[in-house]
Ligand binder design. Structure first.
Ligand code: MRU
Length: 337
């Protein structure tokens, strides 16, 4: 299920360009951005026109083709690596592009398209593995809570956290989704609620601060989110507010799952304390969506991600299978090549 094409290569390798669905304009406008320079791709990633860990990696891979068109591949790789720090898929994709021999636009485009296609396949596999989690929902609590957008818009396929929703729906399983709105940039309301509703999935939008009450009312049977980087021990960085949900889920005895492809694992770091956390500017809190909602000169602190420690994660679903319990050994056994 892909509501809108989000990442499109237009034309041939030598003269083509990258067309991106501008996610900052959703849900009210379906507008596309044409990226013809490496700087255009960098800007699109930085301003979240393309966002979500796998989608950032795919877009950056196509950005390398644009760099090679002007014999600036090395610069493209170095520059794109500075766009956002947390999602490891960006560095994973750039590393793959760096190893392409010979580094011609043709050869690079083939690898970028392979990364895109592999991500589509990984999402599907995640959905197939994770749809059993829907079977485990208690009869009286068929609600699945998710946060941010780890959906089709964030990937090359049917999403990561949303993949079990799409697959379980095809299989006729009964459940409904609660989507957190996801302050401050509202990926949950603008993107997740939009894409699930468009796909005909039963989805209810809640504000982030309602999650505890909704859990206490017994409406939630599981929580599932994506991830931007998972350390060797299973600690997982994801959109700010994910850690809150994991703590709340533990308190209410609700399983907390992460869904992510193997390209989101960073086995070079032992635990989540090594994950760089992006800090974003004050305007996203003070002037969110064009309206001033705080004193113009107020101090802000805006970490864009948090790290959920492995002990709060019931299982991690990858395209290779389900990691449970989440420990250094079980992560290595599933993800190490
Ligand atoms: O800042 P964003 O919108 O790029 O953050 C995205 C998330 O945190 C997603 O949950 C994560 O990248 C997983 S996407 C399949």
């Amino acid at each position: 299920m892909q509501p809108l094409a989000n990442i499109i290569w237009v034309g041939d390798a030598a003269t083509g360009f990258l067309r991106l669905l501008d996610q900052t304009r959703l849900p009210t406008e379906e507008a596309y951005l044409d990226c013809k320079t490496v700087q255009d791709v960098w800007d699109a990633i930085k301003r979240l026109s393309v966002r979500g860990a796998p989608a950032i990696g795919i877009a950056a891979a196509y950005g390398c083709v644009i760099g090679a068109q002007n014999e600036e591949l090395d610069h493209a790789i170095e520059h794109l690596a500075t766009s956002r720090p947390t999602a490891v898929n960006l560095f994973w994709a750039l590393d793959r592009m760096k190893r392409v021999v010979p580094p011609t636009p043709d050869a690079l485009l083939k690898v970028a398209q392979a990364i895109h296609e592999e991500d589509r396949a990984m999402c599907r596999k995640i959905g197939e593995h994770a749809s059993v989690l829907i079977d485990r929902l208690p009869i009286q609590s068929r609600g699945v809570l998710t946060h941010c957008n780890a959906g089709a818009l964030a990937t090359g396929g049917i999403g990561t956290a949303t993949a079990p929703m799409y697959v379980a729906r095809e299989q006729g399983k009964q459940f409904h989704v609660f989507a957190d709105e996801t302050r401050p940039l509202l990926q949950g309301s603008r993107l997740t609620a939009f894409e699930l509703a468009a796909a005909g999935v039963d989805v209810t939008l809640i504000c982030d601060d309602m999650a505890a009450q909704v859990m206490r009312e017994g409406r939630i049977g599981m929580v599932i989110t994506g991830a931007d980087r998972i350390a060797a021990n299973g600690d997982a960085a994801n959109k700010i507010g994910t850690y809150n949900l994991a703590v709340l889920a533990k308190h209410h005895g609700i399983p907390f799952y992460i869904a992510a492809p193997s390209s989101t694992f960073d086995l070079s770091i032992p635990d989540g304390s090594h994950i760089p956390i992006e800090v974003r500017g004050p305007e996203e809190i003070i002037h969110g969506f064009g309206r001033q909602t705080a004193p113009a000169d107020i101090k802000t602190y805006s970490p864009a991600f948090d790290v959920t420690p492995q002990e709060l994660i019931t299982a991690i679903v990858t395209e290779r299978g389900i990691i449970q319990p989440v420990e250094t050994e079980t992560v290595a056994a599933m993800v190490r090549d």
